[in-house]
Ligand binder design. Structure first.
Ligand SMILES: Cc1cc2nc3c(=O)[nH]c(=O)nc-3n(C[C@H](O)[C@H](O)[C@H](O)COP(=O)(O)OP(=O)(O)OC[C@H]3O[C@@H](n4cnc5c(N)ncnc54)[C@H](O)[C@@H]3O)c2cc1C
Length: 504
């Protein structure tokens, strides 16, 4: 179909999630005309937004699309297409990679490569991102805490009484439980309903997500515009192949084309790879792909949910998610190998369990959930070129090869022992499954040269000078912490670079 019209802003940002909205906020006030193309619509308050039955059992907010696992099985992915992207559903954890994550690290499953930039060079951008997202926390308790040039500007979200008790119990074992840095205004969140926020969509101002913070800031600039319901299909190269000439998208059933000076692709690690792989090229392997790494090195963390149950004590927490433990992060495994991060999940209830556990009566699930403290054990997934996103006709194929599972097994073992020692005799675990690529990253990685990476250290394509990819895809490693703050920090850094080099 013929494009309806050609329009020419200075910058097109594809996707309004953590990467895209934060780049846009960094371009505000630059004088550049910026158009954000977002596939989804804004979420609005509905009863389902605070209903675990609708969210977990009814899959109410999941997309109406199916992906395929390599080898055949089709599945409905937990990848969310709304203004603000996956951050609308996130747990609000804004955690820095540790300084050591920027250097090469030996894991059970192999080597986690060094970043092409150092922690010290990146640090100021972490501080700026923490300020932008009004992150709450406190420094000093975590043995792996890297240097912060600025303290958190807001006090932490308070522990609820059962969690304050868990903190003391872990301390009594000689461990170092620490406060989770969070982007949550707890009073504002609870006004919308007495629920946790992890995996719940944010339809108000309680959670500091890409829409409620970064996009909100960007759209105060009249030169920045958001077009929702605009699904980008592919990018078109100029005849010499050196730049992107146009972005093709569908809006209200029409094919459209826009011809910006710069393109910032931020559709999420999986969808950005899909758009690049689907874009026509002479090589036949998509664009920005001289390195043949686009879609490869897919990582997603090996996360285990661990319920610590004490039949004698109810856990009547509403939100629960305020504590983490990094004692095993750098050296906790056998031979001194790294294990990972331990953090609380949002409070699990009977509906969440029913969505994951079959053949158990409902009253038993409700009872278990009301007596458990619920943890997530997060271990690093290592880059592997054969762990990849591919396109097969119209289908998205996710060939995720988990790695480094020995770290996950050892972290489970040591945490089981710790939590038993804290007085929880029943410990249940479950590996989080493949249908939820919540911490997707690595598919369009940055590096020092175009032979081994699609992007340079400012997320600019080595192959096409006016193309940037700024989302979880650029991350060269997954570390064992939640990715959003690192994506946001890099987005601010890239926006600053664009202002100084491309828009000056
Ligand atoms: C349940 C859940 C809990 C999480 N908890 C945490 C947490 O506590 N802390 C943390 O750090 N991380 C967390 N994450 C991960 C975090 O949300 C992501 O790492 C982050 O949002 C990724 O940013 P992004 O820019 O890569 O992608 P996204 O934020 O997902 O943004 C991608 C955007 O692109 C849009 N898009 C996709 N395709 C197209 C297209 N073809 N055309 C136009 N637009 C398109 C999408 O609709 C979306 O708006 C969680 C994720 C989930 C799902």
């Amino acid at each position: 179909m013929k494009p309806e019209a050609d329009i020419a802003p200075d910058v097109v940002v594809i996707g309004s999630g953590m990467g895209g909205a934060t780049v846009a906020s960094g371009l505000a006030g630059s004088g550049a005309k910026v158009l954000i193309l977002e596939r989804g619509e804004r979420l609005t308050p509905t009863p389902q937004a605070r209903d675990t039955k609708a969210i977990f059992l009814g899959a109410h907010f999941r997309p109406k699309e199916m992906w395929r696992e390599a080898g055949g099985a089709r599945f409905n992915p937990g990848n969310y297409y709304y203004v603000g992207g996956n951050s609308k559903f996130f747990g609000g954890v804004f955690l820095r990679y540790r300084k050591e994550d920027f250097s090469e690290m030996e894991h059970f499953g192999g080597v986690s490569p060094a970043w092409p930039i150092t922690y010290d060079a990146f640090e100021p951008w972490y501080s700026k991102a923490e300020q932008l997202f009004r992150v709450r926390g406190e420094l000093g308790d975590d043995p792996t805490e890297p240097l912060h040039s600025l303290p958190y500007a807001f006090p932490p979200v308070p522990d609820e009484p059962p969690i304050a008790r868990a903190r003391q119990e872990l301390k009594a074992l000689g461990l170092h439980p620490a406060t989770l840095p969070l982007g949550v205004d707890i009073e504002a969140w609870l006004e919308g309903g007495r629920t946790g926020w992890d995996a719940f969509p944010n339809t108000g101002k309680g959670k500091m997500d890409a829409e409620s913070v970064a996009l909100d800031a960007a759209l105060r600039d009249p030169d920045i515009e958001l077009l929702t319901g605009a699904q980008v299909g592919h990018l078109e190269l100029a005849p010499d192949g050196r730049t992107v000439a146009a972005v093709h998208y569908r809006h209200k059933g029409q094919s459209r084309r826009v011809k910006p000076k710069l393109v910032v692709l931020s559709a999420g690690a999986i969808m950005s790879a899909v758009i690049l792989l689907r874009s026509p090229s002479t090589s036949g392997r998509g664009i920005a792909n001289g390195s043949d790494q686009v879609g490869r090195n897919f990582m997603n963390h090996n996360s285990v949910a661990m319920m610590a149950i004490d039949p004698r004590r109810r856990n009547d927490s509403v939100y629960q998610k305020t504590l983490m433990l990094n004692d095993y992060y750098l050296t906790g495994g056998s031979g001194g190998r790294p294990l990972g991060n331990v953090q609380l999940l949002g409070k699990i209830d009977g509906n969440v369990l029913a969505a994951n556990v079959r053949l158990m009566p409902r009253f038993a699930l409700d009872w278990m959930a009301s007596h458990s403290v619920d943890w997530s054990l997060v271990c690093e997934d290592l880059p592997d070129p054969e762990s990849r996103v591919r396109v097969d006709g119209d289908e998205v194929v996710l060939q995720w090869r988990r790695s480094n599972m020995q770290a996950s097994e050892e972290l489970k073992k040591v945490m089981r022992e710790n939590l038993r020692a804290c007085g929880y005799p029943v410990i249940l675990t479950r590996l989080i499954d493949k249908r939820t690529p919540s911490h997707q990253c690595g598919t369009v990685r940055m590096g020092l040269d175009g032979a081994s990476a699609p992007l340079d250290i400012f997320c600019r394509s080595f192959d096409h000078a006016n193309l940037f990819v700024v989302d979880g895809g650029f991350l060269p490693t997954s570390a064992a912490v939640n990715p959003a703050l690192t994506i946001a920090a890099q987005a601010l850094r890239v926006a600053d670079h664009i202002r100084r080099t491309d828009l000056a």
